[in-house]
Design a protein. Structure first.
Length: 346
């Protein structure tokens, strides 16, 4: 058996050697490659190795930088949702270089980008004869059909949400057209607040799994679409039937102990994600995310009062990321810590 850190050299079909380093503590990657052993013939063998922490960081950085290939200088990545388990959308907090140029060309399947800089900066839109203007820290929406080029001056931090066109269509159950999304101009407290909550979730390591991120994305899309007058006459179905609501409630109760996404929930009970996001609050008065957290708190409280399990065991049993996540959720929903109910048991 090879020791940790030993290299394994494999030959690709084009004859170029590949060095695979074995390490522990990070996700396993499997390669199908030919191993060249001294004095033996080439043979096919499955090689399993684990990426080291440095390799994982470089892989995430390379993925993040692909989003910014239209900038003359890559920004510095401060935080991202790379490990969130989100499907079809991504959040990045970046810091732009002191100055540079940009040229974003239109593409029909390019991501929708919702951005907010965290302070004023100077931007020139267009060629070198155009003046630099002050851009204020308001939300800005970039659509796939837009071409935008120019330059900027001054380093600045920014929050950016990338939404794949397919994700927009999946969440809204309708095809995407460029004029579906409105122009954003000036302050928008609702969008600014939702971006800050998304940033908070990323910074804290997504303790609720993908649930909170999906809920915020759905709220952002609702906010954007509500501003588009062209959609105001679209028929809306905002009710869950009794059978649908019962299936949703039963599935949540049966799966509280494990992480799941809103898409998992919608698929299992046979409704669209958009219908679930819009109709569930009409039936319960709360969002699906808040309802799930309330159910987890209620089950955890019952276990604290009726069992001898430790708080960390109860947190795991009821679907919380850890004991700290459970405690924070208790304080938000009940204004007391979990230990309060343990004291009542004594």
């Amino acid at each position: 058996m090879r020791r940790r850190g030993d290299p394994r050299r494999a030959d690709r079909p084009d004859g170029i050697g590949v060095v695979v380093t074995v390490s522990a503590g990070s996700p396993t990657t499997t390669l199908r490659s030919r191993i060249k052993q001294p004095g033996t013939r080439r043979l096919w063998r499955r090689v399993k190795y684990r990426k080291g922490p440095g390799e994982e960081a470089m892989s995430k950085l390379a993925h993040a930088q692909r989003r910014w290939s239209w900038l003359s200088e890559y920004p510095r990545l401060l935080s991202s949702s790379a490990g969130a388990g989100w499907r079809g959308f991504e959040f990045q907090e970046i810091e732009s270089p002191e100055n540079g140029t940009f040229d974003a060309k239109p593409h029909p399947r390019k991501s929708i980008m919702l951005s907010q800089i965290c302070g004023p900066m100077k931007v020139r839109y267009g060629g070198t004869k155009k003046p630099f203007i002050d851009v204020l820290p308001y939300p800005h929406l970039s659509r796939p059909d837009e071409r935008c080029f120019g330059a900027w001056q001054g380093a600045q931090r920014g929050l950016h949400l990338f939404i794949e066109v397919e994700t927009f269509e999946r969440f809204n159950q309708q095809p995407f057209f460029p004029d579906t999304l409105p122009e954003l101009a000036g302050p928008n407290p609702s969008i600014e607040h939702l971006l800050r909550v998304l940033h908070f979730d990323v910074q804290n390591g997504h303790p609720s799994g993908p649930l909170l991120g999906e809920s915020i994305l759905a709220a952002l899309l609702r906010e954007l679409l509500a501003r588009n007058a062209a959609l105001s006459n679209t028929p809306k179905r905002v009710e869950l039937s009794r059978g649908e609501f019962d299936r949703v409630r039963e599935w949540i109760d049966a799966n509280l102990a494990q992480p799941f996404s809103l898409e998992d929930l919608a698929r299992e009970v046979g409704v669209s994600l958009r219908h679930l996001q819009r109709a569930f609050p009409a039936a319960t008065g709360v969002s699906p995310y808040r309802y799930i957290m309330m159910q987890r708190v209620d089950r955890a409280r019952s276990l604290i009062q009726a069992s001898r399990l430790s708080l960390s065991e109860i947190a795991t049993t009821t679907g919380f990321c850890d004991q700290a996540h459970m405690a924070n959720t208790f304080r938000k929903l009940l204004n007391v810590s979990p230990s309060h109910f343990g004291n009542m048991r004594k």
